[in-house]
Design a protein around this ligand. Sequence first.
Ligand SMILES: [Zn+2]
Ligand SMILES: [Zn+2]
Length: 66
Amino acid sequence: MECLCCKHNVPMEGSRVCPICNHAFRGNGWDGIDAHWKAKHEKRSVPYEQFWKSLCAGHGASMKRK
Ligand SMILES: [Zn+2]
Ligand SMILES: [Zn+2]
């Protein structure tokens, strides 16, 4: 599956932005995405797990908290 964030041109630097609704996440990387996704998108569009699996290395990297 194609990376959802690449598909929607989400920047790989700075704040992460929800690829579906353009909500900008405050703080580091994807903080808050799980609650956001489950509340807003899980039922209507893409399951959270599938979203994570779709992420390319560049977009998923911030998750690892280097
Ligand atoms: Zn990507
Ligand atoms: Zn969203």
